[in-house]
Design a binder for this molecule. Sequence first.
Ligand code: UDP
Ligand code: MG
Length: 155
Amino acid sequence: MADSQKTLVLLKPDALQRDLLGQIVTRFERKGMKIVAMKFIRLSEEMLSEHYSHLADKPFFDSLKKFMMQTPVVGMVLEGYDAVNEIRKIVGSTNPREADAGTIRADFSMNVPSNLVHASDSPEAAQSEIERFFTDAEVFNYEKITDKYIFGEGV
Ligand code: UDP
Ligand code: MG
């Protein structure tokens, strides 16, 4: 998997409440993305203030943080070619009503903040977000027998 990239995904409280965790994870799996880390995270206000610092001056900042603290979230690190862009494509636009049909947000949701998924929006963000939510020991490097078919090495 030379040149592969890692990205961070959070499955938000609405995904958990609506029993959509499995269907969302399946969308990443069927693309071929490798799950290299996965756990429940109880987000704190401090973590969210950092994670959503680009939205600190928005009127919805406090309610967004409250929404994200309603239940634990599922944090995942996914690995694959162009993982940051590819996962953003699969997730869809922030506003589910502007997201393309076939994306997670368009297919399963209708409004913000309840758009089900967070995904890093740049390689730099991915690196700092992975470090924010996971220790090095929680991110795994392992081989799957399907690697050569999905990643095209040694086929
Ligand atoms: N959000 C919201 N109202 C808005 C814009 C965003 O509640 O008008 C929430 C929504 O849950 C979104 C999150 O804030 O996913 C982070 O916003 P960002 O602009 O970073 O969008 P994303 O990267 O999640 O697509
Ligand atoms: Mg964002």
